[in-house]
Write a protein that binds this ligand. Structure first.
Ligand SMILES: Nc1nc2c(ncn2[C@@H]2O[C@H](COP(=O)(O)OP(=O)(O)OP(=O)(O)O)[C@@H](O)[C@H]2O)c(=O)[nH]1
Length: 571
């Protein structure tokens, strides 16, 4: 059989400075509007969770306001677009070609379709797939006619979205579990694609669903793989069956299965050896292991960065040993989308799960519709909401909501919620899921993460009283000076943090009011917000005096529970 080379094409994104520049003004407004515009996020969860969403929006808003340096760099085209960014902006130029058109016609879709074709090819989608895709979209686009109130570019986006979903298999393809007895999952894949890591991630994923599992180390060619699996197993609290490197993989698999039966495990996950490229002995060995196990699922782990080659691998493995699906890893990396878009169409096998990072929680189901949304820069809203719901308990959300409504949101809440956000996963991923954040660059995210660390370090040196009563810091330069000294930050940074908390209180309360139909019930606070904004922007010492009386007046005008009108900088 012909060997398929496994050249991991770590393809650098082409230099697309012009695209970055073009899309930059949109990016800035997207960043700005994210504070308030994630209405999808807000509306898709109950009001009990609204405080969480408000917070999340506020945190991102805050974080982004700190990323201006990187924004300037992005303006100069210095930073690279984020995951799938190239494909997203390629498709965007297709919609742009339709600006000013009244209706989609055979003639005016020629240019946009050319752009779509180019974007998909640049994303490393296989040529036959691109051809079929473009044809399907063109046919629908011409036939769609005029729809009142919908612009042709929006119509095209809609058609492309539904074709992308179809291309990736339409529905989410769930893992199958044995009707009775143990579910056995056999993992295969080439070297370094992330098989061993996936074993542990998968057991963690199942654990969260209440299923017990055992890992079986059948990679006898790389002794370090056994140790790696044992360490990862310990990390996720799952037993690992090992039998060294002298026993045949099929025998290890059989014994591992026996052991799992004895231990009454729900699922057995078997790690097998990878090779640099497909070869006969690897396939024979896998066939033998498969015979010994009679697995419920045989999943091929493929690296998203290999683009359409991943699809070719899935096809070959399926023909050779018969697989049930694929797991796509490293989607958080420099992947251009070719693998995600080609696997199903080329091989007929679904992508069941995706790896989006190195941490154990970075494995999730593959949702074609959400992926299509991401590709089109619409953000992976549902994944984001799910993550958020996972990390924040309902009681916390309700408690937070109460605090927001009484304007008592303090530094403890600030810290707690920031950490919740951090638990959702690296910011890189979470931000990519928020609508309008699709174009935030990795460098911006790094800056944002740095900003959060700075903020944490300042809060950590506050006394419990200072954390609970930000007013103390607002009115005392001496306290702010001490915090600056203890945290190794500047006084200005401390002042900014305090001002930021007050801004957040106001904005969150306002938003909460809007979400609960009380829009306009706290008009006085919005003036203070402006005053505080001026304060943060102005050089230290100037705005404080300017905004003092305003702040007082604004607080005095609210039904705030605090007795005295103490704004930032007032005595
Ligand atoms: N960024 C990122 N890295 C990943 C992901 N999955 C795995 N990795 C990393 O990829 C590297 C290789 O992972 P392994 O699990 O050792 O790969 P393997 O397929 O078992 O390798 P062999 O045992 O040599 O066949 C490790 O550094 C992992 O942390 C992912 O989804 N995202």
């Amino acid at each position: 059989m012909e060997a398929i080379p496994h050249s991991v094409v770590v393809s650098r994104h082409f230099s697309r400075n012009s695209t970055i520049n073009r899309s930059f003004s949109k990016q800035k407004s997207a960043i700005k509007s994210t504070k308030f515009c994630s209405s999808l996020t807000g509306s898709s969860v109950s009001i009990g969770n609204s405080s969480k969403n408000l917070f999340t929006r506020e945190i991102w808003g805050w974080v982004n306001s700190k990323s201006s340096t990187t924004i300037k760099r992005a303006e100069r085209g210095v930073v690279k677009a984020e995951m799938f960014g190239q494909l997203t902006s390629g498709l965007e130029s297709a919609w742009n070609k339709l600006k000013g058109e009244e209706v989609l016609t055979k003639d005016n879709i020629v240019e946009p379709m050319r752009e779509i074709r180019r974007a998909l090819l640049e994303a490393d989608v296989s040529l036959p797939v691109v051809r079929r895709f473009v044809q399907a979209v063109s046919e629908q686009a011409v036939g769609v006619g005029l729809i009142r109130g919908v612009k042709p570019d929006q119509q095209l986006v809609k058609i492309v979205h539904s074709e992308l979903v179809k291309l990736m298999g339409g529905e989410v393809s769930e893992l199958n579990f044995a009707k009775s007895g143990r579910t056995v999952i056999l993992l295969a894949g080439l070297q370094g694609v992330g098989k061993t890591t996936v074993c542990a991630k998968l057991s963690y994923y199942l654990k969260k669903q209440g299923k017990s599992s055992m890992l079986v180390a059948a990679d006898v060619y790389r002794p370090a793989a056994i140790d790696q699996l044992v360490i990862l197993g310990e990390q996720v609290g799952v037993p690992v069956y090992t039998a060294g490197t002298e026993v045949k993989p099929s025998e290890i698999a059989r014994r591992g299965l026996e052991e799992a039966k004895k231990k009454k495990m729900d699922v057995v996950i078997v790690d097998t050896a990878g090779r640099l490229q497909i070869d006969k002995s690897m396939m024979e060995e896998l066939k033998e292991v498969k015979r010994a196990l009679n697995p419920t699922e045989v999943l091929l782990v493929v690296d998203a960065m290999t683009g359409q080659e991943a699809a070719a691998l899935v096809t070959t493995f399926n023909l050779e040993i018969g697989i049930t699906g694929a797991i796509l890893t490293k989607l958080d990396g420099d992947s251009r989308g070719g693998a995600a878009l080609s696997v199903r169409e080329v091989s007929g096998k679904p992508i069941k799960l995706v790896g989006r990072g190195e941490r154990m929680e970075d494995l999730e189901p593959f949702y074609p519709d959400r992926m299509a949304g991401r590709i089109l820069g619409m953000g992976d809203v549902l994944s984001f909401v799910e993550k958020a719901q996972e990390v924040m308990k309902q009681e916390d959300a309700e408690e937070l909501q109460k605090k927001i409504m009484s304007a008592k949101f303090d530094f403890n809440d600030f810290l707690k919620q920031t950490r919740s956000v951090a638990r959702m996963g690296s910011m890189t991923r979470v931000m990519g899921m928020i609508p309008g954040m699709g174009k935030v660059t990795p460098a911006q995210i790094r800056d944002a993460e740095k900003s959060l660390k700075i903020m944490e370090s300042m809060i950590e040196v506050m006394t419990p009283e200072e954390r609970e009563k930000p007013e103390l810091l607002a009115e005392s330069p001496v306290l702010r000076k001490r915090i600056a000294k203890d945290s190794g930050k500047t006084e200005q940074q401390v002042s900014q943090l305090v001002a930021q908390l007050f801004q957040m209180r106001i904005r969150m309360k306002n938003l909460m009011g809007i979400m609960e139909g009380q829009e306009g019930s706290i008009p006085a606070l919005s003036g203070l917000e402006e005053a505080l904004k001026a304060e943060t922007k102005a050089p230290p010492g100037t705005a404080r005096r300017k905004s003092k009386s305003d702040s007082r007046k604004q607080f005095a005008g609210t039904s705030d529970t605090r007795p005295s009108p103490r704004g930032f900088g007032s005595k």
